[in-house]
Ligand binder design. Sequence first.
Ligand SMILES: Nc1ncnc2c1ncn2[C@@H]1O[C@H](COP(=O)(O)OP(=O)(O)OP(=O)(O)O)[C@@H](O)[C@H]1O
Ligand SMILES: [Mg+2]
Length: 351
Amino acid sequence: MSSPNIVSKFVAMAEQALSRGDAAAAARHVSDAAEASLELAISVGPGPDRDRLLAGADEYISTLEELLAQGAGGEGRGRVLDKPKERLADIAGMENVKAKLSEMVLPLRHPEVKDLYGIRAGGGILLYGPPGNGKTTLAKAIAGELGAAFFSLTGADIRSKWHGESEQNLRESFQAAKACPFAVMFLDDVDGILPQRGADQGADNRLVTQFLQEVGGFAESKNTLILLGATNNPWDVDPAVLRSCRFDHKIFVGLPDQPAREFLLRQQLGKAPLDAGVDLSPLSARLAGYTGSDITSIISAAKLVAATRFTQGGPPEVTAEDIEASLLTVPPSANSQLMARYEEYARSSRA
Ligand SMILES: Nc1ncnc2c1ncn2[C@@H]1O[C@H](COP(=O)(O)OP(=O)(O)OP(=O)(O)O)[C@@H](O)[C@H]1O
Ligand SMILES: [Mg+2]
């Protein structure tokens, strides 16, 4: 025999499953909640309690239908990813992005500020900047850290040659995100998903329009959405997409500064034994102009040289010479023309 407590327990389990991105488990728990509500409705006899229970069961059944339509039954396109393992503590620099993010989740962590200041959790950030400086890694870390369901989309996930299917794909992803109490929707290479609309680009235009509708719908939803976009080419993204309430914060993610470079050197070296002759502080100063991924490659190559030497009976330490040798093979990838273009973009869009 069901009790009202059992219904709320199933609902809580469904919410937990959704927030860890397990739509299939959520569907099972929602189905249990519906069944328990119906059982209770039968047992209480006619009256307002029964009406309330039946209305509750109706709501759970619609949620279940939505989850199944999104593929929670095991087929269809499941876009909810596993909770990412990255953490904000693994990200070098980008303090401004981390600070903006804490503001966005403040009402979730301190519900009392919601009514007192009339502020809502959630919002959108567009990260733009040159390749290889941690935009994608940061987006994953955000979802990993916040315990939100994480939806990650690229143009390849969304775009279809069949008429109308691209918009449908985008719609399905947003529907799935809306069903979660707290979701992060990450649009990677957003210029490839939502390019500037033009007169002769029907498919792009429809996709942008669909996106605007979907994010507009979120304003009415009681669930929290953090919308993240990343791009190397912010000037190619449709301007309507960039306007307030969508990506209301545009943050430039440039090359790592010296502390961030030193952080990356240490992080990439990890537990590798290090020769006493290696001094990471002056090394990080010399690496101005290198991207985060350049630094990752330099250290990977140096560690591989040391590891090979070690397996051949040599000493285990990574030496300054190993690092110098790999520096010769990895030139800095920053491109001054591109950097100037970002500066110009930041000025002109006051981003
Ligand atoms: N700031 C950073 N903190 C931590 N790791 C970083 C950082 N920058 C780069 N990396 C490392 O460099 C690699 C590339 O980073 P990532 O893919 O996140 O860059 P991106 O900015 O998304 O590049 P793209 O614009 O080409 O998509 C990753 O393996 C990541 O570990
Ligand atoms: Mg990326």
